[in-house]
Write a protein that binds this ligand. Structure first.
Ligand code: G6P
Length: 369
């Protein structure tokens, strides 16, 4: 087993470190930055469908649902198609309104999640076109869907999903740009720019991984916390949700992800000098707003751990701890900002003596409803 872990203490850590590779593999042969073009073989025959789609509905569970929320942000931003993201388990029991002009995208690492399969069956009955984003080749969901795009994360052993998540987000980024290309909602010039930067994301993720030693120190400070709040805005919000899910899954610390501005409608009541608040505070369109959220936390003596863009000084002066990530276009923020949160959960869980690869009560794939 040590051999399989490639010298890492746990599969989860190995899989975190594999991300520059798995992200690259998930876009290989699909993007042509110099020409500002994308090719997604699986979707080719659905070009007209995408052109005329009234709506895209994403169905998934768990971490894959969080990837879906990032997808919503990207598809709406670039392809200008309305997107709804649904928990498969809720969707299937709600008599949802679906038409033949809808495209349903099911996201699943394993391709075997029972609720997601049932949601697909339902949408299929109602005539929608169903596409899959799966990691396991030949699993059930790719067989149930009309077409799809595989993630190339390789086998994921750790129950808490890491590299499969970033691979899903990578593929959703490709789909957003692909639909934008078909619909002409983004110019070729802009696509050249975006794809060139997307191609550099694996290198940026590698840089983000360099914060590991600092994160170990921060984990020391947080390991005995009873609660943790994760805040983000825009596409930083699903990153916050995923950060909180990772922490609770493997360390059993109660954690919640919240849109930063919603904090004042509830979670702010929980903030005192024992509450760590992890904030995605990178330099993008919501930067100034997030700064004022940080001030609100500090005014109540909360402990602020901020994920910032490298070179940032403003947040550094306010936060208790800052973790730098390289600068990137807002579109790629989720792929990079997720990395330090994965490492933070991992180290906290290890320090608490938890079984990080096989947390209690959880299964890698849930094949019952
Ligand atoms: C389980 C796993 C999660 C995963 C979820 C959905 O709860 O523990 O890591 O996100 O199922 O799984 P799927 O294979 O459909 O992505």
């Amino acid at each position: 087993e040590m051999l399989e872990k490639g010298g890492y203490d746990h599969f989860m850590l190995k899989e975190i470190y594999e991300q520059p590779r798995s992200i690259k593999d998930s876009m290989r042969g699909r993007i042509y930055p110099n020409e500002g073009k994308l090719q997604l073989g699986g979707l080719k025959q659905y070009e007209e469908k995408f052109k005329n789609a009234d709506r895209i509905i994403i169905v998934a569970c768990g971490t894959s649902w969080h990837a879906g929320l990032v997808g919503e942000y990207l598809i709406e931003e670039f392809a200008r198609v309305p997107v709804e993201v649904e928990y498969a388990s809720e969707f299937r029991y709600r008599n949802p309104i679906i038409s033949e002009k809808d495209i349903v995208i099911a996201i699943s690492q394993s391709g075997e999640t029972a609720d997601t399969m049932a949601a697909i069956e339902l949408a299929k009955e109602k005539g929608a076109t169903i596409l899959g984003i799966c990691n396991v080749v030949g699993s059930s969901i790719p067989r149930l869907t009309h077409a799809g795009v595989y993630t190339h994360a390789g086998p994921e052993i750790g129950v808490a999903s890491t590299k499969a998540f970033t691979a899903q987000v990578t593929v959703l980024t490709l789909i957003a740009f692909y639909v934008a290309q078909i619909k002409g909602t983004v110019t070729t010039g802009k696509l050249v720019e975006l794809l060139t930067e997307l191609e550099s994301v694996p290198t940026l993720v590698e840089k983000a991984l360099k914060a590991n030693d600092l994160i170990v120190k921060i984990a020391e400070e947080l390991k005995d916390s009873r609660n943790c709040l994760f805040l983000g805005r825009g596409s930083g919000f699903p990153v916050a949700l995923e950060g909180a899910l990772k922490l609770k899954e493997i360390s059993y610390i109660h954690a919640e992800g919240y849109p930063a501005a919603e904090m004042k409608h509830g979670p702010i009541a929980l903030i005192d000098n024992e509450m760590p608040v992890i904030v995605i505070a990178t330099k993008n369109s919501s930067y100034e707003k997030v700064i004022s959220n940080i001030q609100e936390v500090k005014a109540r003596k909360g402990i602020v751990i901020a994920i910032v863009t490298e070179g940032d000084t403003e947040v550094k002066n306010m936060a208790d701890y800052t973790i730098e990530i390289p600068h990137a276009d807002e579109a790629f923020l989720p792929l990079i900002a997720t990395i330090p949160l994965q490492l933070l959960s991992y180290h906290i869980a290890v320090m608490r003596g938890c079984n990080v690869d096989q947390p209690r009560n959880l299964a890698k794939s849930v094949t019952v409803e």
